[in-house]
Structure formats: C-alpha cells, structure tokens
Write a protein that binds this ligand. Structure first.
Ligand SMILES: Cc1cc2nc3c(=O)[nH]c(=O)nc-3n(C[C@H](O)[C@H](O)[C@H](O)COP(=O)(O)OP(=O)(O)OC[C@H]3O[C@@H](n4cnc5c(N)ncnc54)[C@H](O)[C@@H]3O)c2cc1C
Length: 300
C-alpha cells in the first residue's frame, strides 16, 4: 500500500511527490497524458522565481527528474475513480489496475477550453490546434491565426511570429488579460496583426483549414481571413467530474479547497489548478503541492 497516491504529474503533483518522499513516505504519481502537465506546452517561462528563462518542457523534465530521483514512483495511467474503503484508506482505480493508499492528493489541473463552434472538432489536427509549441513548427512560413487574450495566447503568438509568415492575434476584447509586457513585445513584431474586438464564427477549408470568419463584437461586421492554421488559446477548464461523488466542486467544476488544500472529504487533498483559487500559475501550483503533501504526511 502506498502512503500517498498523487493524481497528475504537473507542477503541483510533482512538487507534492518531492515533499512526500523527502518526508520519508512512499508516493506514487499517476499521469494519464505526459509528464509536466500544462506547462510543457509553454514555449517560455519567465516568471518562476530564480529561473530567468526556461522552456516549459525543460521545466517539466527537471521537476520530473527531481521527483523520481528522490524516490517517487510513477505510472502512466488514467485515474477513473477514488473509492473510500471506510478504514482510513482509499482505492485509486485506473484504466489498468486498482491500488490502495492512505491519502490521496488530486492534482489533475485543467485542460484546454474549446471555442465551441461547429467545425472546431472536425478540423482538430487538420489546421485547428490547441498547442503552439507542439504544432507551431508545422506552419513554417505559413499564415496562422491565434485566438485568445491571456498570457498563453500572447506567448503563443510570439512563438508563431518567429515561425510563420504572418500571425493574426484574434481577441474578443480591445485589451488583453495577459501580461502587458508580452502584449507590448507583440506590438513591435511586423508580422503580427491584432484583430480586436473579434470572435471567430466559422473555421473552414477543403480537407484542412484554409480560412476563418471573424465577427466584430462592436459592429457585427464580418471578415474573412485566409489562414493555414487556427490556434485556440482561450483558457482552461477543470477535469474533476470523476471525483465529484467524493469531493465537493464549485459551480465551475473546480474542487472546493482552501489554502490548506483540504477537500470536503477527509484524507483527500486538492493541489494546483484543479482547486478553487484566484491565481493559477506554477508558483501557486508548487505552493499547493508542498502544502497538500505536508498535510497528508502529518495524517499518516
Ligand atoms: C500555454 C500555457 C502557458 C503557461 N505559461 C505559464 C507561465 O509562463 N508561468 C506560469 O507560472 N504558469 C504558466 N501557465 C500555467 C501553469 O502551466 C499552470 O498553472 C500549472 O501547470 C498548473 O499545474 P498543475 O500541476 O496544477 O496542473 P497541470 O499542469 O494541468 O497538470 C495536471 C496533470 O494531471 C493530469 N491528469 C488530469 N486528470 C488525470 C487523471 N484522471 N488521471 C491521471 N492524470 C490526470 C493531466 O494530464 C496533467 O498532466 C501556462 C499554462 C499554459 C496552458
């Protein structure tokens, strides 16, 4: 039986693993996609204290290597359910097997939000992408649009501007939610054109994307852009439905847990972007990982 099972190998989950094993407990991290979580999709991280600049992939690799090096176990499995066994232990059921543990830390993060327009799913992988760092290179010297106004979209636009002939940055407001410094940098790029305040109403093409239709939010005017790719970067949504029978979720689907990372269910903790909080960043995910693991360790 593991002392602690951690669901998710993002910044929160891997930090929790580091704190758990360093406290002398056994810890297993379960991850259903790839190590590092969301940050591995970021081309550049510039706001993590003490690291001036690092790629998201390198940040993830370092964190993973550190956690495993200290003794945490890792399995690539999708967690499907947590069962309270009623004796102060839990079953964590995955797509492969069921394991027992004394405490559970949910660090399931968030996933990409979709725009929700009809053809979005149809063209996914055929010109519609949610990840500039994964797919940007396919669009060398091509014309692309990126949709969104947060820091992720701005970072994505900056990455694409170094690859593509032209980049349209489409945002539904006239100001950006993302970091002002990033927006300012983009203003200086000759191949980046801001399309504000527009929404995307249609994405189309023959076999792959060749155009998108925009609608001006103030005037209703429609505009057709000839593009080879549309990158969608409109935020994240939680993926906590599978835990809803045990822990309380808020109206947006985030796990209700405060700064102590305790959920409504004794013995189950929530860390990182998956829980209710104001700031979803690496710093706060790492903080949660340490808080949740320390609290879990104290109960074992
Ligand atoms: C493009 C982009 C750029 C960003 N740039 C920055 C930045 O520059 N600086 C910054 O501080 N923050 C940045 N962020 C935000 C930062 O990445 C997140 O705040 C942070 O990654 C949250 O970590 P987490 O561990 O809570 O969740 P996540 O990173 O989302 O990790 C959760 C993990 O859990 C896994 N998982 C989910 N459900 C299950 C399940 N049922 N079974 C098994 N595994 C599961 C997921 O696959 C995922 O790997 C960026 C985010 C994005 C998307």
């Amino acid at each position: 039986m593991y002392d602690i099972i951690i669901i998710g190998a993002g910044c929160a989950g891997l930090t929790a693993a580091i704190y758990a094993v360093r406290a002398g407990k056994t810890a297993l991290v379960l991850e259903c996609e790839s190590i590092g979580g969301q940050i591995s999709y970021s081309p550049k991280v510039e706001n993590y204290p003490s690291i001036k600049e690092i790629s998201g992939m390198e940040f993830s690799d370092n964190l993973f290597t550190q956690a495993i090096g200290l003794g945490a176990d890792f399995e690539l499995e999708h967690v499907e359910k947590i069962i309270d066994r009623g004796d102060d232990t839990f079953d964590v059921v995955t797509d492969t097997t069921t394991r027992q543990c004394k405490r559970v830390i949910i660090a399931s993060g968030t996933k990409h939000r979709h725009l929700g327009i009809d053809t979005e799913e149809e063209y996914a992988g055929r010109g519609v992408s949610y990840c500039t760092i994964c797919d940007g290179a396919f669009y060398r010297d091509r014309i692309c649009a990126i949709v969104g106004g947060g820091s992720s979209a701005l970072q994505g636009a900056e990455l694409l501007s170094g690859i593509c002939e032209k980049v349209y940055l489409i945002h539904r407001r006239t100001d950006f939610r993302g970091e002002a410094a990033l927006a300012k940098r983009l203003e200086t790029k000759a191949n980046v054109e801001f399309m504000l305040p527009y929404t995307v109403s249609e994405i189309g093409g023959e076999k792959t994307v060749s155009y998108c239709i925009l609608e001006n939010r103030e005037t209703g005017e429609k505009k057709r852009l000839e593009v080879d790719g549309v990158f969608i970067s409109v935020g994240q949504v939680p993926q906590n439905e599978i835990f809803a029978d045990l822990v309380e979720l808020d109206e947006y689907g985030y796990i209700k847990a405060g700064e102590d990372c305790r959920t409504s269910h004794p013995g189950i903790f929530a860390a990182g972007d998956c829980r209710t909080k104001a700031v979803r960043q690496l710093t706060t995910a790492a903080a949660d990982g340490s808080v949740a693991a320390t609290a879990a360790v104290a109960e074992i």
